[in-house]
Design a binder for this molecule. Sequence first.
Ligand SMILES: [Zn+2]
Length: 161
Amino acid sequence: MTTLDVPTTTTGVAQAPVAAPAASGSRLARMRLPKVNDALLDMAAKHGVCIRPVSLRRIDMDTGRTEVIDIPCGATFSDKCPACAGRAQRLRTQQIIEGWHRTDEPITTDPVSEDQAALLIQRAQLEFDRAAAVLRRCRSTTKWPPSTSTPTSTRSTPRSS
Ligand SMILES: [Zn+2]
């Protein structure tokens, strides 16, 4: 024993103090019991089950019955969900083994042909003409600037049509 009277192992590492046994049914005994939520989380992590499932409602279109389905959360960080993170890591490892990490794009696009470029220019010209026509129509039907409350204010220049 050391001078602090803390129990140590043969290697000299201090051990946690052993709690005194509590009377059965006492408040102390009940407080020492593990919480059900923590026990369920530990059990799910131990068996590789998602601990944060996402609930989706599924409606059978033939019968009209609904049911709630829990699907895995799909987290990639183990502090959020160890089971889903492990599953994602195994999937990514398999993808890398199969060569999903190509450095070049597998699908290359063809260069723009002359016909396609001409069609793009024609379409842009049509869009411009349409916008100009809409603007002309708006100018002919609305008075700008809007008339003020004073009766003496009129347009300074007559509009030619
Ligand atoms: Zn999960």
